[in-house]
Design a protein around this ligand. Structure first.
Ligand SMILES: [Zn+2]
Length: 260
């Protein structure tokens, strides 16, 4: 019911937007978490803003895991900026960044977007990603969404990562290439799998279309996804793109699982 209200409100607003600023008084923006009226471009009310756990520095410069302590000058000059896990098992992508911790506060919003047909949230989430990923976006030539296998796409009807990438492309002016990276293996849902099993699950699951390799060759690419869990999926995508000739691959997500 609330979902329908948001859809109707958004469609009506888009239709009437050209009619002038009075519209915001008739159909005010509502917070995507609490439903309160808000003017914020991120679509978050102060209450929601206070409850969500945003990821900020200091963090691992590779995987983006936040550190619970301040880095010393020595750390900043050495590998101290890289977390232990990335030191032992480096990812193929250069940098991963996420807006929020994936926790009890952010989960309803992320799942609502992914499974609840609240596709209008892409506007707000992409704006938050633009802010959290500004360093990555400054260096990027191309945005590529993490693809779904066609069977999953048929079932879900939309690829949530594609919606985010398209919106990010619209607000940043960076090109977005869809269909160039394909998921060729219908991998089972990874929710219950550990890191090792996730790696195996997505191994050789992706392919750059042979007739479109020139689109990625020499490019600095940002992979766009909703949730970064173990990094296995993003890593396999990055590996595939680098093998096809990409110059660098970064990862930008809405939320990241942070293990204490
Ligand atoms: Zn790390």
């Amino acid at each position: 019911m609330i979902n329908q209200y948001f859809h109707i409100q958004r469609h009506t607003r888009n239709f009437l937007r050209k009619k002038g600023g009075i519209l915001d008084h008739i159909l005010p923006h509502r917070c995507i978490v609490t439903g309160e009226i808000t003017q914020s471009p991120t679509g978050l009310s102060p209450k929601a803003w206070g409850e969500l756990n945003f990821i900020s520095d200091p963090m691992c410069k590779s995987c983006g895991t936040p550190f619970s302590y301040q880095l010393s000058d020595t750390d900043l000059e050495t590998e101290g900026q890289i977390c232990l896990s990335c030191t032992e098992y480096p990812f193929s992508f250069a940098r991963a960044r996420a807006v929020l911790r994936y926790d009890d506060a952010s989960k309803p919003m992320v799942l609502g977007f992914k499974h609840g047909d609240k596709t209008y949230m892409a506007v707000n989430l992409a704006e938050m990603m633009r802010q959290a990923g500004h360093q990555l976006l400054e260096d990027a030539d191309l945005l590529i969404p993490v693809p779904l296998h066609w069977t999953r796409l048929l079932k879900r009807r939309f690829n949530q990562s594609m919606l985010l990438a398209k919106r990010l492309s619209f607000i940043t002016g960076i090109a977005c290439s869809s269909g160039v990276l394909k998921r060729i293996k219908a991998t089972p849902v990874q929710g219950h799998l550990n890191t090792k099993a996730r790696k195996k699950n997505v191994s050789h699951a992706f392919l750059v279309s042979p007739d479109r390799e020139d689109e990625v060759r020499g490019k600095r690419i940002i992979l766009v996804d909703d949730v970064f869990t173990s990094g296995s999926t993003a890593n396999e995508c990055a590996k595939t793109l680098l093998e096809a000739g990409a110059k660098q691959v970064d990862v930008l997500c809405v939320a990241k699982v942070v293990r204490d």
